[in-house]
Design a protein around this ligand. Structure first.
Ligand code: PEP
Length: 257
């Protein structure tokens, strides 16, 4: 089964709503100019919450094929949770995806596996797809347990999902030591992790789930290394941080795929 590659730009806490709309317009223009075929590669942007509505209005007004989503979500649906944003609020803005379990959220916010499972459920219940981030630290890699660690994180979050829920997941393998450091994983180690995660989904669920779930690589992806990484059989695209803030650079990564 052919999986459509997905190139996602995680802007983190960068680009205000004016910069965001400029970026979306320019990206659409660059990709149109390059006769980009959205049927063979999905493009998804993750702006800050404050830009989502502006991006939605632009995408819908100009009938753009670019998708967008949120960088995190509340596990509760409404109420006295100051500063939180619910999954229903995001789906009303026609977000397609929500990043869940990014290492920066795990580090700077109290997001543990139980909370991440609840986020996954909230996203699915609202009709969107979670992009679940997993990946080892430098210390786990040094100990040679990187595959067990990443697969263990997938297992901990997915073990109570049913097959339909599991098939709706996208998994981003993002070794923490590679995020924002310029130290990209080798294509072979990205493939080893993606293959191990897919094998786990096959064993825990079934062939259909394993063959459907897209597995992205994230960690210092740029237009210099994307072409080699995307050759790997189990790497279905990228979650791009720093290099997604520059529209020409991000469009180059998209066009490589
Ligand atoms: C990320 O934060 O998801 C990421 C992959 O960042 P960078 O591309 O900057 O390493």
């Amino acid at each position: 089964m052919a999986r459509v590659p997905l190139i996602a730009g995680n802007w983190k806490m960068n680009l205000d709503h004016l910069e965001a709309t400029y970026f979306v317009q320019k990206l659409a223009w660059l990709l149109r100019d390059a006769h980009f075929d959205y049927k063979h590669c999905e493009i998804v942007l993750f702006p800050a919450f404050t830009s989502l509505r502006s991006v939605q209005v632009l995408v819908e007004a100009d009938n753009l094929r670019i998708r967008y989503g949120a960088q995190s979500v509340s596990v509760t649906s409404q109420g006295a949770f100051t500063g939180d944003v619910s999954a229903d609020m995001l789906s009303q803005l026609r977000c397609s995806y929500v990043i869940v379990g990014h290492s920066e959220r795990r580090k700077y916010h109290p997001e543990d596996d139980a909370n991440i499972v609840d986020q996954v459920r909230a996203v699915l219940a609202a009709g969107m797809q979670p992009i679940l981030c997993v990946g080892e630290s430098f210390e786990e890699r040094r100990q040679g347990i990187e595959l067990e660690f990443a697969v263990g994180q997938v297992h901990d979050v997915t073990r109570d999902l049913n097959e339909a829920e599991a098939a709706a997941l996208i998994i981003a393998y993002e070794p923490v030591w590679a995020i924002g450091t310029g130290m990209v994983a080798t294509p072979q180690s990205a493939q080893d992790a993606a293959r191990a995660i897919r094998a786990h989904m096959r064993q825990a669920f079934n062939d259909t789930v394993a063959n459907t779930v897209r597995i992205l690589y994230g960690g210092s992806v740029s237009s210099q290394n994307a072409a080699q990484l995307i050759q790997e059989a189990d790497v279905d695209g990228f979650l791009v941080g720093g290099a997604s803030l520059e529209v020409e650079e991000f469009s180059k990564i998209a066009r490589i795929t």
